[in-house]
Design a protein around this ligand. Structure first.
Ligand code: CA
Length: 169
């Protein structure tokens, strides 16, 4: 098992062959893909990846979004005595890449993830969708800041504004 898409609201991700050693010369991409309006919390339960000051040999890269160009949260290696801190996504996707070089295989990793509800915002990847402001009773709440990322590959984006009840302050 190397990489994959994780759509269950909770789950775990392990390196290939875990708890046995991971293989050489492998690149695995894992995408935690959740519905808009959720956020992901990721915890490192076990972590043992060939150590290097810049993680040049083996590494686990975690990005805050749905693709390899999303904001880098961290590139991790080392352990098992220094396990990386938990990660919280800004939106409903986390993108992970585990890469290994041609020598020295360690035990690898096991990560648990859970999802929580976000007030608003999200990464939208469907060809059609609706974006609505958050509601607190019938009006939008105070002090909200929402970001939606429309991430549809190979299609032009058309956003239609159907209704707006906002007024300038
Ligand atoms: Ca290695």
């Amino acid at each position: 098992m190397c990489g994959g898409e994780y759509q269950q609201p909770t789950g775990y991700i392990t390196s290939p062959y875990y708890p046995d050693s991971y293989p050489n010369d492998r690149e695995c991409v894992y995408v935690i893909s959740q519905p808009p309006g959720t956020r992901i919390h990721l915890e490192f339960m076990e972590f043992d990846v060939e150590s290097h000051s810049d993680c040049m040999f083996d590494y686990l890269e975690v990005r805050d979004g749905d693709n390899e160009n999303s904001t880098l949260i961290g590139k991790f290696c080392g352990g098992p005595t220094s396990i990386p801190a938990p990660v919280d996504s800004q939106h409903n996707y986390l993108w992970l890449r585990f890469g290994t070089d041609g020598s020295i295989q360690n035990r690898g990793f096991r990560l648990n993830y859970t999802t929580t509800e976000a007030l608003c915002g999200g990464i939208l990847r469907e060809n059609f969708g609706v974006i609505t402001s958050p509601t607190d009773t019938e009006r939008y709440p105070d002090n909200a800041e929402c970001t939606w990322i429309v991430s549809v590959i190979n299609y032009a984006h058309t956003i239609l504004y159907m209704h707006s009840g906002m007024r300038d302050m």
